[in-house]
Design a protein around this ligand. Structure first.
Ligand SMILES: [Zn+2]
Length: 768
């Protein structure tokens, strides 16, 4: 015991000496602020307050506004025009009195005087899409803005208003006091765009063969802007990329369309008996009890008959939706309609699809099943899907989400055949858009400011849901393969993260201001969360924290900090380094093995040690018994050390064992014959767990994961001493390619010319 104490005291002094020397050198260098990648995010994060707690929960004074709508909507199919009148009841739950109200007029992005087409620079491209060329140079701009006919108060008196592009300020005569509500009405109309030409998120597709249109309609009514503790009034205009910020509310909506249309929309259908035929009603009753096969409510045969006539009569479909943040509907005489039930948390939810015959046979086979599967996977990771239905509508080139309803692409060839690309594209977009019910329709983040909060979280969940879909419906997947997910796998984000820094922005950027929105707001955050789950936190801690976030913020308005804080709060994993590097910078991951040195135990001081003793006037006689490690490639190396156990080549070690260990202990002792100093380097900016696979001459392998904190004192390089019974023959960093390492040429030692197992693994991943 005495010897042990003496030894450690000596090494403490030795270390202190070395430190003092370093310190002296340090003082001659310029000073710097705290650059540690492991420092807390106090500068980047908003300070917690009584609205939002440091733990990431809504604070005791958290509030949110409510906007209720009563709407009468008329679709003029002949002229492709929508007329609407609404009464908005706005509840001011904030502690502030509001001098005016802001209403969003998103269709104004398509008005003739919209500034949206003028905001981008750019020269002549190599080639144009034909439709874009025609739209930009051959035709008059489409006039699709809102025409406001009136804004009136509850007494029918006109209210003054000011329109600034896609926003309208309603100038109320007296401030709306905290805790009070106000009702006012707006009447409007607008021309519906052809969404296949104008790349709109809403509009119609025209089918020249039968002269019909299929409508997918959203952003069709003036909608209240969000007023919150974070932004006040949300005042970022709708330019086209940054999506929407909307308060929750209850909707009563009457939609009048031609009598021969099939229609579905956000909310509970209140007058089913009026708008359904007897046949449809009985099919609907059957669908409610069918849990594995969709039941046709309107068949292809019926649709083909309907396509030929154009009813002059109209029907009004009446819906009520509670606690939703938006509203959408789809209508056409071309829509085939099927449904089936899915059990979510003991309740039945209807999985629903609407599609023209042009979507078949793909859509009748897979759409409703994809909807049902999505609801199951997402519910198990977040909260039970709270609405009574989820609808997938087929619309060419669309992928767009609204509460309970979404538009999805995936069209077979005219003869009904389709490629794998079309099939998996269709399943994936359905999973993605139905998944948006969770983020941002229920966990209601501000899409206008933070694209990643809904797209990133949704794309992460989409990956899990795709894999689960592939397991449930394995007949859809090639034998012995996984579902071919486009995003989520770490290797798939490498081309983006290793790209030209001039075209990359941090995830924490406004969606309007980034070059590549897809990888920025979808792929990279989804991959980051996947890595967090699989590699950094582990599934158990991650899943609990992710669920905690979802449950804390369902039917509320979270900010990025609320997400970041909750993930740490619920897991006891300090992730500030992870958020900083993955979300606040454009750094990438690149970790490699730089150098391996082999050592043997010796009882004579090495040349370097002698030099040190001389420089510090230390006599060998004054030193305690020491063990030295002699490098194989140095003058200290004596070939007779090779193959011997440490107690054979070090007299002090042998004596130590004799003095301090019993015979039994000595018999049990493990005496490694090989010692290595392995140096890892980190050309990439992101600190990540250092995952290392060591291979030995006896055929064994061992994988060690050093925590990311291994980089906390030296962000560029770190060494480890490895001891082993058998000779080290190979080292691979990140052997399963789980960290999105952008350059794997430096990941192995020794560097091999022939493709290694690792290289082959890499090729396999690329091929997916
Ligand atoms: Zn999306």
């Amino acid at each position: 015991m005495k010897v042990k104490f003496y030894l450690s005291a000596f090494f403490f002094a030795f270390a202190a000496l070395a430190w003092a020397q370093e310190e002296a050198e340090q003082t001659r260098k310029p000073g710097h602020t705290n650059q540690s990648k492991f420092r807390q995010l106090y500068q980047e994060f908003a300070t917690p307050n009584t609205y939002r707690s440091a733990s990431g929960t809504p604070g005791p004074d958290y509030y949110q506004q409510q906007a209720d709508y009563k709407m009468d909507i008329v679709l003029d199919d002949k002229n492709a025009r929508i007329d609407g009148e609404e009464t908005i009841t706005y509840h001011n739950n904030s502690p502030d009195d509001l001098e005016y109200l802001w209403v969003q007029l998103d269709q104004n992005v398509r008005s003739k005087d919209s500034k949206s087409p003028l905001r981008d620079g750019g020269g002549v491209p190599l080639a144009y899409r034909t439709a874009s060329f025609a739209g930009d140079y051959l035709t008059e701009p489409f006039d699709g803005g809102f025409n406001i006919e009136f804004v009136k108060d509850a007494q029918g008196k006109s209210l003054d208003y000011t329109i600034n592009q896609t926003m309208m300020r309603v100038n109320i005569p007296q401030a709306l006091k905290s805790g009070e509500k106000i009702s006012f009405s707006i009447k409007w109309w607008y021309n519906i765009p052809d969404h296949t030409v104008n790349r709109a998120r809403s509009g119609y597709e025209y089918f020249p063969e039968d002269g019909n249109r299929a409508y997918v309609i959203a952003q069709f009514f003036p909608r209240m802007a969000v007023y919150s503790d974070v932004e006040g009034w949300q005042n970022h205009q709708f330019w086209g990329s940054g999506e929407f910020a909307l308060p929750f509310g209850n909707y009563d909506v009457n939609i009048t369309v031609p009598a021969d249309h099939t229609l579905d929309a956000t909310g509970v259908l209140l007058n089913r008996k009026e708008v359904f035929s007897k046949e449809m009603l009985s099919r609907y009753e059957k669908a409610k009890k069918s849990y594995d096969t969709p039941v046709m409510i309107v068949t292809q045969e019926e649709v083909e008959a309907a396509e030929k006539g154009f009813s002059e009569n109209t029907k009004t479909w009446k819906f009520r939706a509670e606690n939703v943040r938006d509203y959408g509907f789809a209508t056409s005489r071309k829509f085939i309609w099927d449904m089936m039930a899915v059990k979510i948390g003991g309740k039945d939810v209807m999985a629903v699809s609407l599609y023209p015959k042009e979507g078949n046979p793909l859509w009748e086979d897979l759409s409703t099943k994809a909807v049902a599967s999505t609801l199951k996977t997402y519910s198990s990771h977040t909260f039970d899907y709270p609405y009574h239905k989820a609808i997938s509508v087929h619309a060419k080139n669309q992928g767009m989400e609204y509460p309970m309803i979404c538009w999805n692409y995936g069209r077979p060839n005219e003869d009904g055949t389709y490629s794998d690309r079309v099939k998996f594209g269709m399943i994936s977009v359905i999973i993605h858009e139905v998944g948006h019910n969770f983020f941002p329709m229920i966990v209601n983040s501000d899409e206008r400011q933070w694209g990643w909060m809904d797209e990133g979280l949704d794309t992460f969940m989409q990956y899990l849901a795709e894999q689960e879909f592939g397991e449930t419906y394995s007949e859809v997947i090639a034998p012995n393969e996984k579902y071919p997910s486009r995003r989520g796998d770490p290797a798939k984000i490498v081309p983006y993260m290793s790209g030209d820094q001039d075209f990359i922005s941090p995830i924490m950027s406004n969606p309007e201001n980034v070059h590549q929105l897809g990888p920025n707001a979808y792929g990279k955050p989804a991959t980051a969360l996947n890595i967090l789950r699989e590699t950094v936190m582990g599934r158990e801690l991650f899943d609990h924290a992710f669920k905690t976030y979802s449950q804390r913020w369902k039917f509320k308005h979270p900010t990025p900090e609320d997400f970041f804080r909750t993930m740490e709060d619920a897991s006891a994993v300090d992730l500030d380094w992870f958020w900083r590097s993955w979300f606040y910078t454009t750094d990438y991951v690149d970790i490699g093995v730089k150098e391996v040195k082999k050592y043997y135990v010796s009882d004579t001081p090495t040349a370097q040690m002698k030099e040190y003793m001389e420089a510090n006037s230390i006599n060998e006689a004054d030193l305690p018994p020491l063990v030295y490690l002699a490098e194989e490639d140095s003058e200290d190396f004596d070939p007779s050390m090779k193959g011997k156990s440490p107690s054979e080549t070090s007299q002090p070690l042998k004596e130590f064992m004799m003095d301090n260990m019993t015979v039994e202990e000595r018999a049990q002792v493990r005496e490694p014959k090989y010692f290595y100093q392995v140096t890892f380097d980190k050309p990439g900016g992101i600190p990540m767990p250092l995952i290392v696979e060591y291979s030995y001459a006896d055929g064994t392998k061992e994988t060690v994961t050093y925590p990311p904190e291994i980089w906390r004192k030296n962000d560029a390089e770190v060494s480890r001493v490895i001891s082993s019974q058998s000779e080290l023959t190979g080292i691979v960093v990140d052997p399963k390619m789980e960290t999105a390492d952008i350059d794997t040429r430096n990941n192995s030692w020794p560097k091999e010319d022939a493709p290694s197992e690792f290289q082959q693994f890499k090729e396999n991943i690329k091929g997916e």
